[in-house]
Write a protein that binds this ligand. Structure first.
Ligand SMILES: [Zn+2]
Length: 321
């Protein structure tokens, strides 16, 4: 918690890097951007843990890797008194009220579904609550921004989006090709999020969002998570929090204060901003937002906007997993 406010980070690849580099979440000495020590220092109360998988593998291999990631979360991260899994609205309320740190699971790229709705239901039962439908390439659900065909949702993708709404899962459009973003906005009857994307008007990168997309996500009641990825922020090699503030300024102008949030992409990035090297540096950015916009806007951007979306979408009641 940062000065009495809930802080939510909507996207970090901690589980991926733990697996790839054999790093332990509770080892304070390691290179993870967001190990437990940095998570504590960041003030983040709810961290989205993403199960990113290398894209060049087959869908079946990706499913195995996703299952490995979920196992890693359960066995190496989730501890009763430290990080608690959030599966429902009630879990979220309980974690925040008790002052614990919550962890919520996200799938980045729906390749592992392999055209089967049954796998979507199974991953839901295993605790996954957000899905970024694609990474940069194409899969059974849609095309990502790196696929030149630029197609929208497939028929299976449409089924996935509808089923996610009825299960209580958040649809994440970061990485989707533009047509897919519009398809999701048309089809998903709830708040749509872009968990880790910045503003195209500030810096033209294929992973950033146009003003029309930003306005439409805001109109759905969703959020755009400003992200710390240097490649999406600007051209210089020496970018700082002042440069991500330019994106936050623009997002606030176009989307309004109820639709801007944060999605760091920590542990999914090879380089970092000069003054935002890991979770322990998080307060520098939060202080800048507070200084420029005041404590009410910081509370919304820092966490309340994400929490509103999750309260609206997550299932009610105690979920077994
Ligand atoms: Zn990503």
């Amino acid at each position: 918690m940062f000065h009495g406010k809930w802080i939510v980070d909507g996207h970090a690849d901690i589980l991926y890097r733990m697996g790839k580099e054999k790093l332990a979440f509770y080892d304070h000495e390691n290179r993870l951007h967001q190990n437990y020590q940095h998570l504590q220092a960041s003030g983040v109360d709810l961290q989205v843990f993403v199960t990113f998988v290398e894209p060049e593998q087959t869908a079946s291999e990706q499913l195995f890797e996703v299952l490995d990631s979920l196992h890693r979360f359960r066995n190496e991260v989730e501890r009763t008194d430290r990080v608690q899994a959030v599966l429902s609205v009630q879990d979220l309320q309980r974690v925040l009220q008790n002052g614990h740190t919550g962890g919520i699971l996200s799938l980045e790229g729906a390749d592992a579904l392999n055209g089967r709705i049954s796998i979507l239901s199974t991953l839901f039962q295993l605790g996954v609550r957000l899905i970024g439908l694609t990474w940069n390439g194409a899969n059974c659900v849609a095309d990502g921004v790196g696929e030149s065909r630029g197609a929208g949702l497939t028929q299976f993708g449409r089924d996935v989006v509808k089923e996610m709404r009825s299960l209580g899962m958040v649809v994440d459009v970061s990485h989707l090709a533009p047509r897919g973003v519009w398809d999701v906005l048309d089809l998903y009857d709830g708040p749509v999020v872009a968990s880790h994307s910045n503003a195209m008007s500030v810096y033209a990168h294929r992973r950033n969002l146009t003003d029309d997309q930003i306005r439409a996500i805001a109109a759905s009641g969703g959020v755009i998570g400003a992200t710390f990825v240097p490649d999406f922020i600007g051209r210089s090699e020496f970018l700082t929090t002042d440069d991500i503030m330019k994106h936050i300024d623009h997002l606030l102008t176009v989307a309004g204060e109820d639709s801007v949030a944060i999605g760091s992409d920590f542990d999914g990035i090879e380089s970092t901003l000069q003054d935002l090297r890991n979770g322990s540096d998080y307060p520098r950015l939060l202080e800048k937002i507070e200084r420029r916009y005041g404590s009410t806007v910081l509370a919304k951007v820092g966490g309340e906007n994400w929490l509103r979306v999750l309260m609206q979408v997550l299932p009610q009641g105690d979920c077994e997993s």
